[in-house]
Design a protein around this ligand. Structure first.
Ligand SMILES: *Cc1c(COP(=O)(O)O)cnc(C)c1O
Length: 405
């Protein structure tokens, strides 16, 4: 007998490109921190779609914003103005402290938008000779999957088979401000960095790293561009992860939770002299900044403020991390992170992170491994302490079942 779950997974594997390796669960419904499979089983979502669902699933205010706007006006392209874009961008600028924004859809598009802006700024404002601009990135980075972006990844699998790649990128060790300074030349346009590396394995840099990078960039007239697609909008306990270091970057990239867990919405925000390099026809996106996305994302930003999602992430993240450390399991090598972006590193000699995720799933908790050793705990920021306790109880049972409790 083939179950319905097996049949759906089989159908997907027949028609869908196999570029992911999902856990064998078929989800049909979500509400708040919970999702349900087609058999009616409930799971606590500790993934929140790689931090895209910070508001929780189907937040009522976002469902209302989506349906009301869908009935009014959804897409016009930027060949015309809409009444929704300006209020959304004004709010995003007011919250982040940057003066101008350029709306896109996916994270990778917003990163490309930042890279193009940095290069053009180098030629037009900084005075770098044509086609000589360099951008510095970090080892272990993750900025998306376009050819330009994977070209400067240090992850062999992201690149293999996809070359040739764009020149003009250099990579330095993450967390090492001296390495950044040593790599800067008169042709350096920008330093692109994640304040905490997400896909790299939830890597938190040494205290004060970003502040030192900001100081070095300022001294050398190099743009500091923070990719906060994953760590921004409250996830780490502040609205922006760069705020932990009191840094306002020259360029900022947001995505994931910007769409309120409803739509793909991203943006590049920047200093006025950087954004000014974009003139009509230089860059674009058919769907970027559409009224439907703008209405949902504006409501999403208001929800982040009204429900103090950053404050919740700070308080509950501290509790969650302390409890995870208190598990004191011989299988766990390290617990790290900030706010509600937490990685638990397992000893690969004792257990595969994938196995931990599969066992957690059987106990009603969904997460996903990053690399082979790290299990991510990044729930919607609306989670309660009692729900965190449920996840901890499930993890304790899993560790016991694996003989490492
Ligand atoms: C997810 C992510 C991206 C890419 O976003 P997509 O929407 O998948 O294109 C870029 N940078 C960081 C830090 C991310 O976590």
């Amino acid at each position: 007998m083939v179950t319905k779950t097996e049949a759906i997974i089989e159908q997907e594997s027949r028609y869908c490109a196999q570029n992911y390796h999902p856990l064998p669960v078929v989800l049909v419904k979500g509400e708040g921190v919970y999702v349900w499979d087609e058999g009616g089983n409930r799971y606590l979502d500790m993934m929140s779609a790689y931090s895209a669902v910070s508001h929780g699933h189907s937040h009522p205010r976002l469902v209302r914003a989506l349906t009301e706007q869908a009935q009014r006006l959804a897409i016009v392209s930027r060949a015309f103005h809409s009444d929704r874009l300006a209020p959304f961008l004004e709010k995003a600028c007011a919250m982040t402290g940057l003066p101008m924004a350029l709306p896109m859809n996916t994270g990778a598009e917003a990163v490309e938008t930042a890279l193009k802006a940095a290069r053009k700024w180098a030629y037009e404002v900084k005075g770098v000779a044509d086609n000589r601009a360099e951008i510095i990135v970090c080892d272990g980075n993750f900025h998306g999957r376009t050819i330009a972006i994977v070209g400067f990844s240090s992850e062999e699998q992201y690149k293999r088979g996809f070359g040739p790649f764009a020149p003009g990128f250099k990579s330095v060790s993450f967390g090492d401000a001296d390495a950044l300074e040593a790599a800067i030349t008169p042709n350096t346009a920008a330093f692109l960095v994640e304040p905490i590396q997400g896909e790299g394995g939830i890597i938190v840099p040494p205290e004060g790293y970003l502040a030192r990078c900001a100081e070095i960039c300022r001294r050398h007239n190099v743009l500091l561009i923070c990719d906060e697609i994953q760590v921004g909008l409250g996830r780490t306990g502040r609205l922006l992860a760069s705020a932990h270091d009191d840094v306002v970057p020259d360029g900022l990239i947001l995505g994931k939770a910007l769409g309120g867990g409803m739509l793909a919405v991203s943006m590049f925000l920047a200093r006025r002299d950087v954004m000014a390099v974009y003139r009509p026809g230089d860059h674009g996106s058919t769907f970027g900044g559409n009224p439907l996305s703008a209405a949902v994302a504006l409501e999403g930003l208001q929800v982040i403020e009204d429900e103090d999602l950053a404050g919740r992430a700070a308080e509950l993240g501290e509790y969650f991390m302390a409890q995870l450390r208190a598990l004191n399991s011989p299988m766990i090598v390290e617990v790290r992170g900030r706010g509600l972006l937490i990685g638990v590193e397992f000893d690969p000699a004792k257990v595969a992170a994938r196995t931990v995720c599969e066992r957690l799933m059987q106990r009603g908790v969904l997460s996903k491994e990053t690399h082979e050793t790290v299990v991510r705990f990044a729930p919607p920021l609306v989670i309660t302490r009692a729900q965190i306790d449920d996840a901890l109880a499930a993890l304790r049972e899993v560790l016991q079942s694996l003989g490492g409790g």
